[in-house]
Design a binder for this molecule. Sequence first.
Ligand SMILES: Cc1cc2nc3c(=O)[nH]c(=O)nc-3n(C[C@H](O)[C@H](O)[C@H](O)COP(=O)(O)OP(=O)(O)OC[C@H]3O[C@@H](n4cnc5c(N)ncnc54)[C@H](O)[C@@H]3O)c2cc1C
Length: 308
Amino acid sequence: MATIEHGVETGVSFALTDEQRSLRELAREFAAKEIRPKAAEYDEHQTHPADLVAKAHELGLMNLHVPESLGGLGLSTFEGILVGEELNWGCSGIGTSIGANGLGAGPVIIAGSEEQQAEWLPPLLEEPLLCSFGLSEPEAGSDVVKLKTTAQRRGDEYILNGSKTFITNAGHAAWTVIFAKTDPDKGHKGISAFIVPMDTPGVELEEHLDKMGQRSTDTSAFALTDVVVPVANRIGEEGEGFKIAMQTLDFTRPGTAAGAVGVAQAAFEYAVEYAKERVTFDVPIAMHQGVNFMIADMATEIEAARLL
Ligand SMILES: Cc1cc2nc3c(=O)[nH]c(=O)nc-3n(C[C@H](O)[C@H](O)[C@H](O)COP(=O)(O)OP(=O)(O)OC[C@H]3O[C@@H](n4cnc5c(N)ncnc54)[C@H](O)[C@@H]3O)c2cc1C
């Protein structure tokens, strides 16, 4: 059977390169040795995994897409997916905290000027700084064009007002890319993107949101009140924010899907382990055909999802 592990003799090969395999093994080892032992406790207490973020940073498991010209690894979405699946196999909350710089820095990598990239990306490599992606609002999730945050130009500055919610790592981020309306009458063409340091006066963290799952990743809400942002922090031209947001999501959402595959793989492994251990009618339940069917279906669906 052709899997992502084994290439096929003819046709399309899904074989990984040696580098990709090493990267995936590094992520799996980190997930097994560092993430898993802390996953339950951090999840229960909604602990932001700063210690694990720092360790992942040291190992080179963060900021994978920062260009080589700036000292990064310049890896593709695919390598990000390989790492993301393994980290989320360890714990999807902790994995999300570690991986979210890809989303936060995405707009700068995709559409930032050379000056912006040189200013904002190298510090992410130097120390375990976090950055966030500030798109969602209380009344604008899937339908992001409904966002209400505004950015009014005043000379060489913009004044931002509004609020953001569900923003990963925002409570611990050094900076966030904020999407705001520069021209509310122009729909998706009236949205622009700005790099906003989170210690700018007027940025006020409102809440670390309580969640049912992924509890160890910080998902925060914050308000923006007369936040002054220099024009130099606008990414791209006015009106390009929606396009930049969608390009960033195109680049990073496959990683979110791969994270779900990691969670499914972990659930599968726990199920197999339990099925071998639990005895009914004098045999492990894995010996009952009905249980086997379910395990086989899980394995099939996970492999199919991974190959997507
Ligand atoms: C853990 C977590 C982390 C997040 N991190 C970030 C982040 O870092 N930055 C950020 O900006 N946002 C973030 N978000 C927000 C996320 O992007 C939004 O939750 C998402 O866009 C959906 O928006 P919503 O929750 O408002 O749902 P809604 O848009 O209100 O949707 C509600 C339901 O309706 C369905 N629906 C909506 N429109 C349609 C349609 N046209 N057809 C059919 N069904 C539809 C949706 O699928 C969903 O099931 C995060 C969310 C979570 C849960």
